[in-house]
Design a protein around this ligand. Structure first.
Ligand SMILES: Cc1cc2nc3c(=O)[nH]c(=O)nc-3n(C[C@H](O)[C@H](O)[C@H](O)COP(=O)(O)OP(=O)(O)OC[C@H]3O[C@@H](n4cnc5c(N)ncnc54)[C@H](O)[C@@H]3O)c2cc1C
Length: 415
């Protein structure tokens, strides 16, 4: 069923009795050509495998429900404002895919290019952001340095004269913005299902079947499923899942929290990030202020965080925009982040034939969803990395070719 304005009118006249579930709920088959573990980036991967690369006999297995992982828990920010050549072309590919995504999979994912401003608080920071903006322009992205007055025009409520963190300007990417996170995965799931992909929920992978150095299937809570090729995209569970294949990853799992306030009238013009602390904020279409900050700082597989981080994030918000102290916080939640040693992701083959890995997304995997799915599908379908993901290798840590945007070193808690 294609969605359109006409369809909406027709269904309204029929009392909305014709709508169908977005995807089927099939029993797992005995074997597939491609088994993708994880229904976040994994769903986008299955979509592109079927639609772009013309592959069939594909299943996505998820231990929970579609949208229950980080893909439905993030603060919805999409952007491509990176510095390093290993990252920027990849995230810009993602941005371009976002721009046509809703038309491509015929689903309203509320992609809204309302812009992002990274605030500048020191002269040194201005130099750094100018450099980053130039790198973005060279990679075909958009970037603009704003003066303090230009920032004030857009966001007069910010604390410009804070004596410790005065606002001296900002780096703006106008094409950045937000998308409704769970609608993104629903759109991919619907598109994948229509292309013949089996989406199997409540199906936890509990082991790999490996013979003569080649993966031949997976053990699951719903029985054994044979597979010629297996793609693993399980975010915060990457370490646990790959351990079942005998691999130890350069990844730590940390909890990251997000927060939403009561609904307010339109206030925040786009996405704003504090440059002197870790705090980022936007406003949802329902009016809630959506914001977040640092990871909790200890290893965890729990999808909820602790109060000291709530306080830390609130302090960041108060330093940046004291008026936020008047808003009531409605909800908070957490997700398990796959923090890599250099803060950049991994899309690569493993030492086991037919077994591929997509992981290490840290804070920033939501914006990457389209490119991650596309590039992982490219790798699974052709056995070769996509040109924009060629640097996202698993062995880069051993070779010393890390992609450390933040320059923090091998400190996953700092990226
Ligand atoms: C609070 C928060 C805020 C964030 N904000 C942003 C943001 O604003 N912008 C941005 O770009 N990124 C953001 N991120 C990061 C982004 O959400 C993630 O990097 C990205 O969604 C991770 O990829 P994924 O979608 O594949 O993960 P997930 O959606 O977590 O998918 C992994 C799936 O694997 C399944 N799984 C795990 N183990 C197994 C198993 N053994 N068998 C079967 N299935 C299994 C899980 O159930 C899960 O559904 C945020 C994350 C959080 C938690």
């Amino acid at each position: 069923m294609r969605y359109s304005g006409l369809r909406l009118v027709a269904e309204a006249l029929r009392g909305h009795r014709g709508w169908k579930p977005l995807w089927r709920d099939p029993e797992p088959q005995k074997d597939y050509d491609f088994v993708i573990i994880g229904g976040g980036h994994g769903m986008a991967t299955a979509y592109y495998l079927a639609k772009t690369f013309g592959k069939a006999r594909i299943a996505v297995l998820d231990k929970g429900w579609i949208g229950g992982g980080n893909i439905g828990r993030n603060t919805t920010i999409i952007r491509s404002n990176y510095l390093l050549p290993g990252n920027e072309p990849f995230y810009e590919l993602s941005m371009k895919l976002w721009e046509g995504l809703e038309q491509e999979f015929n689903f309203n994912a509320m992609v809204s290019q309302r812009g992002i401003i990274n605030l500048i608080h020191t002269d040194g920071q201005r130099d750094t952001y100018r450099r980053r903006g130039n790198a973005m322009l060279l990679a075909g992205a958009d970037a603009r340095l704003l003066t303090a007055d230009e920032v004030r025009e857009r966001a007069p409520f910010l604390n410009f004269d804070n004596p410790r963190f005065p606002i001296k300007g900002g780096l703006m990417q106008e094409r950045a913005g937000t998308a409704r996170h769970d609608a993104v995965v629903w759109g991919y799931a619907r598109g994948a299902d229509m292309a013949g992909v089996d989406i199997i929920q409540s199906c936890e992978v509990t082991g790999f079947e490996i013979a003569d150095g080649r993966v031949t299937g997976v053990e699951t809570t719903r029985g054994r499923i044979g597979a010629k090729t297996v793609g693993v995209a399980v975010a915060g569970n990457s370490g646990r899942v790959m351990a079942m294949a005998g691999m130890r990853l350069p990844i730590e799992s940390h909890v990251l929290q997000a927060f939403v306030s009561e609904g307010l009238k339109p206030t925040i013009p786009g996405v704003i990030t504090f440059g002197a602390g870790h705090f980022y904020i936007s406003q949802s279409d329902k009016g809630g202020l959506v914001f977040g900050g640092d990871i909790d700082g200890y290893n965890s597989y729990a999808q909820r965080g602790n109060l000291p981080t709530v306080e830390d994030v609130a302090e960041g918000g108060m330093a940046l925009m004291p008026m936020i102290g008047r808003a009531r916080m409605l909800r908070s939640w957490g997700g398990v982040m796959d923090m890599s040693m250099d803060g950049s992701p991994i899309i690569d083959a493993t030492g086991i034939d037919g077994l591929y890995l997509n992981a290490g997304w840290c804070y920033g995997g939501f914006k990457a969803t389209p490119a991650s799915g596309y590039c992982f599908a490219h790798l699974l379908a052709t056995g070769r990395p996509h040109e924009t993901a060629a640097a996202l290798r698993l062995d880069r840590f051993a070779r010393g070719h890390v992609i450390d945007e933040r320059g923090a070193g091998a400190q996953p808690n700092l990226h």
